[in-house]
Design a protein around this ligand. Structure first.
Ligand code: FES
Ligand code: FE2
Length: 397
């Protein structure tokens, strides 16, 4: 038995072993505030939406990324725009609906009106009543940098972040294209949830746990699969995992729920995860983008957006809707236990010591370079990127 005092949140001393992650980083509010500055407002691109969520002129969605309210629109020329969701007058939050279609956004406070490009097109009172030289054209909504890759809309709040394609790199862009498959996507729905856990517990979700935590996951025989995966020191990782579906699961009255109509089971589950907390998962016929944001040290919000393909026939759309709403997400058969585990990790995070990675770790003092389908070791490269960006020391620096 080892007796350990509670650390009391002094300076974090990062362990030398690469597979040891200090638990206190999951729970400390001061670490959370530093993460906002260094990661979320730092040199990272953050996924906030997909073009298929706003297919028509005037469509919009709002999204809060790391406390920053965003308004994502498609303008009347069909172009995607991202602006800060705050009026250019006194800063009032402009739009409160999560999505919709508008050609004008009116601030309720003093009724200034903006078009989907963020240009100010109307404000009550004469220009002569405003400050000298007032011109509407000087007061558009401010905007962060944004860019689009594979239809995914990213923002960065930092002017020094490298261009998106450079940041993602060819391997991640190509893997994302493969996961999303060919053809245009069409939105079919959302699951939205607030996890009672730190954002890193959510982002650190591994594939070792899948068939162990999730009883229903065993239907998919994930455990023995010979998948391939990659991970890099930017905290990006991707995988192609093999599944095998039993003819009769015995677990479902209607096994058609886990049919795989559009592909090959050697690639039954493909995914890409991007630092800090964006995931794209194509699991059987479910096409799912997970837009997530940290709310505080102990709360994380995730929007699971589900898609079909524009050329799917009605039967395929129905199949994708059934599979999407039943299989994954916070109430999905094969992943509903995740929320409970994230919360329990958070509770356990207030104890001394480290979270320790084992499966797939061949050398505790070095970063892993090859991974198999059910390892947890690939996550350690994500953690190395995190540690470097946070400048947590340790003798390995
Ligand atoms: S704050 Fe929006 S119109 Fe005044
Ligand atoms: Fe899970």
């Amino acid at each position: 038995m080892s007796v350990k005092p509670y650390p009391g949140w002094e300076k974090i001393s990062w362990p030398e072993k690469k597979n040891h992650i200090p638990k206190e980083v999951f729970v400390r509010p001061d670490v959370f505030e530093e993460e906002l500055k260094r990661l979320f407002y730092g040199k990272e691109w953050l996924a906030v939406g997909h073009e298929a969520e706003i297919p028509n002129p005037g469509d919009f969605k709002t999204f809060m990324m790391a406390r920053v309210p965003l308004l994502i629109t498609r303008d009347m020329n069909g172009e995607v725009n991202v602006v800060y969701n705050a009026c250019s007058h006194r800063g009032n939050q402009l739009e409160t609906e999560s999505r919709g279609n508008k050609i004008e956004f009116e601030c309720p406070y003093h009724r200034w009106v903006f078009d989907p490009n963020g240009d100010l097109i109307g404000c009550p009172a004469k220009a002569s009543e405003f400050s000298p030289g007032f011109k509407k054209s000087d007061y558009p909504l401010d905007r962060p940098r944004f860019a689009i890759s594979n239809g995914i809309i990213f923002v960065t709040f930092n002017l020094d972040t490298p261009e998106l394609s450079e940041h993602l790199g060819k391997q991640v862009e190509d893997h994302t294209a493969m996961v999303l498959g060919g053809g245009k996507l069409k939105l079919i729905g959302y699951h939205k949830i607030i996890f009672k856990a730190n954002w890193k517990a959510y982002a650190d979700n591994d594939s070792y746990h899948a068939p162990l935590l999730h009883t229903a996951f065993r239907m998919l025989s994930w455990g023995g699969g010979k998948g391939s995966r990659f991970a890099n020191e930017k905290g990006q990782r991707g995988f192609i995992s093999e599944l095998s579906l039993p003819r009769d699961t015995g677990m479902l009255k209607d096994p058609s729920l886990i049919e795989y109509k559009s592909g090959d089971l050697s690639k039954g589950s493909t995914a890409v995860h991007m630092f800090p907390m964006f995931s794209i998962v194509h699991h059987l016929d479910v096409i799912n983008l997970r837009f997530a944001t940290p709310l505080s040290a102990d709360q994380t919000e995730a929007h699971y957006a589900y898609f079909c393909r524009e050329d799917d026939d009605a039967e395929m759309v129905r199949h994708r809707v059934r599979q999407s709403s039943n299989l994954i997400g916070p109430c999905g058969m094969i992943s509903m236990e995740d929320a409970a585990v994230f919360q329990r990790l958070h509770i356990g995070g207030f104890t001394p010591g480290s979270a320790i990675f084992q499966k797939g770790v061949k050398d505790e003092y070095a970063l892993p370079t090859d991974f198999s389908q059910n390892d947890e070791a690939a996550n350690l490269l994500w953690w190395e990127h995190y540690r470097n960006a946070m400048e947590f020391g340790g003798s390995n620096k």
